[in-house]
Design a protein around this ligand. Structure first.
Ligand SMILES: CC(=O)NC[C@H]1N[C@@H](C)[C@@H](O)[C@@H](O)[C@@H]1O
Length: 439
């Protein structure tokens, strides 16, 4: 019997994180929109590395913040804009330059499947207010302008064709078509966010549109929810769960409710007792930044290491891609997705469907860490030795027979006082992260 949720916080609190989200572990985030046309941001810091003050906001590494980065009227993005497009070129003009002429959603979905992702989260409306779906509430959308397609619908169909889950990102509290005072610190951000009850209704109505039209498995709201609309949230969320029984929501509804908490680069915290999700771009940006070449984005080893350490500590990794405006995925990003997929094809037994082990991760040095996961009664030992071709680590409190999941891994395991010593002579194709099943 399908559970029905009442529009009360008490009823919503009965919602459990569904098994698919606990098991899925790895998702693909996609930031695609008008900002993909200029595709520019300075390469400065990771979120959380520096305070969210004027220095951050006038040198914002997030290419999807291009509107605000030029709106502040100075800084690298402003200079780039004036030089490339001219001082009087309005951001809205990108709406007729974005054509997505090479976009093949089925190709994207096949790549995500090969990457070993279990779910996808696409921006439906980012802070710039441009909608990637035919919203009834604004013509500033990809059905009327630019691509003249239902980007959200077309990708949702393709992703589901590959038996992956489709999630939708919505910028709930920030929409620069309603309030676009320049943002140079978090006070500006929250003072200009959601200025009116009318906007709160707009956000509510668009969220209902997205739920009713696409039934997303993830409703990924960003930054916050309009304060004037907080009393609507219990109805919106109960409607969501009553529409998508095994749907999940994140924790960016003004800390009022969540299924899982979020970390973004270095911003936010995580704990092993509660389900959380780590999101980041491959470089410092979520939107495509043409300045971020192959040597400037996360390495394959570091991406897999992040996936392993996140999963071993009860999280999911939502790794972002920033497609080009024409609908192609930059080769350097595709290369990483395929390598992660290859690693998961060999070692995924320790990842998918696993749960956080009672054993905490062990950090031997900056380069050598050991993580643990458990699944169907087996304990998995994941030895992360990035940058080393060989390693020997003794893991205390282990005994029994350890088998590498990757047959190409050449390792010796010996019992030593009260533990097992793993000597890995060759990591095979496992990118310096060797996984063992302990029986
Ligand atoms: C912590 C937070 O609220 N971040 C907002 C941030 N989220 C990213 C996934 C991107 O969409 C950014 O553009 C956005 O500002």
């Amino acid at each position: 019997m399908k559970k029905r949720y009442a529009s009360t916080w008490e009823s919503l609190k009965e919602h459990q994180v569904p098994k698919w989200y606990e098991d899925g572990k790895f998702g693909i985030f996609i930031h695609w929109g008008l900002y993909s046309v200029p595709a520019f941001a300075p390469q400065t810091w990771e979120l959380g590395e520096v305070p969210p003050d004027e220095t951050w906001f006038s040198n914002n590494p997030y290419a999807e913040w291009y509107y605000n980065s030029i709106n502040v009227g100075y800084g690298p993005s402003y200079d780039y804009h004036v030089q490339k497009y001219g001082k009087d070129f309005k951001y809205e003009q990108f709406a007729d330059m974005w054509k997505a002429e090479k976009w093949n959603p089925a190709e994207w979905a096949r790549l995500f499947k090969k990457a070993g992702a279990e779910y996808v989260v696409l921006t439906t409306k980012h802070h710039d207010g441009f909608c990637l779906f035919p919203s009834e509430y604004t013509d500033y959308n990809a059905w009327r302008r630019g691509p003249q397609r239902d980007i959200v619908g077309d990708l949702t169909d393709a992703v589901r064709e590959e038996k992956l889950r489709m999630g939708l990102y919505y910028s709930g509290i920030v929409d620069w078509t309603f309030a676009d005072d320049p943002i140079l610190n978090n006070e500006d951000l929250f003072h200009t966010a959601s200025p009116t009850f009318a906007y709160a209704d707009y956000a509510y109505n668009q969220s209902m549109e997205l739920i009713d039209r696409y039934a997303p498995s993830v409703f990924w709201n960003d930054i916050g929810w309009p304060r004037q609309g907080e009393q609507n949230l219990p109805y919106l969320l109960s409607h969501y769960y009553n529409t998508v029984e095994d749907g999940v929501v994140n924790d960016r509804f003004n800390d009022l409710f969540h299924d899982f908490t979020t970390k973004e680069y270095q911003s936010g915290s995580a704990n092993r007792r509660e389900k959380w999700e780590m999101c980041r771009g491959m470089g410092l940006s979520f939107g495509y930044n043409a300045m971020e070449s192959d040597d400037k984005i996360i390495s394959i080893e570091d991406a897999i290491s992040l996936l392993v350490s996140t999963v071993a500590n009860n999280g999911n990794l939502l790794l972002n891609i920033g497609p080009r405006a024409d609908g192609t995925i930059p080769e350097e990003q595709e290369k990483r997705l395929l390598a992660i997929g290859e690693w998961l094809r060999v070692n995924g037994e320790a990842i998918y469907g696993s749960r956080c082990s009672s054993r905490e991760s062990i950090k031997y040095t900056d380069q050598i860490q050991v993580h643990f996961t458990e699944r169907e009664g087996a304990l998995y030992v994941l030895i992360d030795a990035k940058g080393r071709s060989q390693v020997a680590v003794t893991v205390p409190g282990l005994r029994g027979n350890a088998i590498p999941l990757d047959p190409e891994v050449d390792a010796e395991i010996t019992a030593v006082d009260g533990g097992l010593c793993f000597t890995v002579k060759n990591f095979g194709s496992s990118q310096n992260i060797a996984v063992f099943r302990l029986n």
